[in-house]
Ligand binder design. Structure first.
Ligand code: GTP
Length: 332
């Protein structure tokens, strides 16, 4: 196949990486940023929880990361996105930051991508410097079917995608991937679909579109780029856990919690101090699944030394806090 003709439009593309809570956006982004031809990329990360984790993980791969954490991009902090993009452009022209050839915006797992792209394309101060790039949506190979069928946000992210990346194929059977692929195609019949696993992920060329005649899919399907719609009652809260935890007791606690309440706890993530390890341990739970721990080399500045962010329905911080004592290491 002939390679696609490069775009004649020299403005910087703003790609949006979206996907439901815990579907693998940050993992995939870290993989993409490891490619040499994505070296000149400015990354903007939007997090729903009160304390950000994703930007710390991405900063392991690139320094050029801005965190927008005061709300969800599609409804609360759209103006912040516009001003951040304008500042980045000015700073790159003044030589205050390394020049970049594209921007990737990683949204929260609950974001509607339409108002985000619309904000970028309709801001007069951005029009001369930026153009709309691709919308890439990660769909969780394990929980994606449940998310698309039960959460408007997940279906909307698929509907607007130029490319869907079905993640975590290493954790499910082929027939489950096929069933999920059919659901994706029902929501967005023309979308390009890629499959990804922890060990083999698609490349930037597979998911980002650079062809001269390419038009973003969202232009075809979105006539109302207003505020994002969010499922009723999803809330986020943070629990500080600054006392050292006993790892086996913590894993048992989290597995039991997600087994019992995985329908209402959509996402848990955080950094924990664990007995016997100097490094902060990165925690990931998505619906019913607890993922293997990762590590950061050191504690980040400016956040508590131990916290868990919950994104959930019908769950209170006090219910979690009451159940916590079992996870702590005994004092010696
Ligand atoms: N086995 C496996 N695990 C994966 C894969 N992709 C992501 N994960 C794990 O899934 C968990 C959540 O991944 P993230 O990349 O943080 O997901 P996210 O979409 O950025 O999460 P939010 O920003 O909180 O919505 C982590 O523990 C990842 O290591 C995959 O392809 N295979």
């Amino acid at each position: 196949m002939q390679p696609a003709a490069p775009s004649l439009d020299t403005r910087i593309p703003v790609h949006v990486l979206t996907g439901f809570l815990g579907s693998g956006k940050t993992t995939f982004l870290r993989h993409l940023l490891g490619e040499p031809n994505l070296a000149e990329t400015a990354v903007i990360i939007n997090e729903f929880g009160e304390i950000g984790l994703d930007h710390l993980l991405v900063r392991e791969v690139t320094e050029d990361v801005v965190l927008l954490s005061s709300g969800c991009l599609c409804c609360a902090v759209r103006d912040d996105l516009v001003s951040t993009l304008a500042e980045l452009l000015a700073m790159s022209r003044d030589g205050a930051v390394t020049p970049f050839r594209q921007v990737v915006v990683e949204t929260t797992g609950l974001a509607d991508p339409a108002p985000i792209i619309h904000a970028v394309m309709s801001a007069p101060e951005l029009l001369h410097g930026y153009r709309a790039g691709s919308i890439v949506t990660t769909v969780d190979g394990v929980s994606g079917l449940n998310s698309i069928r039960n959460f408007t946000e997940a279906a909307q992210q698929v509907a607007l995608a130029d490319c869907v990346v079905i993640t975590k194929s290493d954790l499910v059977e082929r027939w489950q991937l096929d069933a999920l692929g059919l659901d994706v195609a029902k929501v967005n019949p023309s979308v390009r679909t890629q499959t990804s696993s922890k060990h083999a992920m698609p490349s930037a060329a597979d998911v980002l579109n650079h062809a001269a005649d390419w038009k973003p899919n969202y232009l075809a399907v979105s006539d109302k780029p207003g505020r994002g719609v969010h499922s009723h009652g999803i809330k986020t809260f943070t629990v500080e856990v600054t006392r050292e935890v006993e790892w086996p007791a913590f894993v048992e606690w989290l597995e039991l919690l997600l087994a019992a309440r995985g329908q209402s706890i959509l996402r848990v993530k955080g950094l924990l101090p664990v007995r016997g390890d100097e490094r902060p341990v990165v925690i990931h739970g998505v619906q019913h699944v607890v993922y293997p721990p990762e590590y950061l080399p050191r504690w980040p500045e400016g956040s508590p030394r131990g916290w868990l962010v919950f994104i959930a329905r019908n769950l209170t911080r006090s219910a979690i806090e009451k159940s916590l004592p079992s996870i702590f290491a005994a004092k010696h």
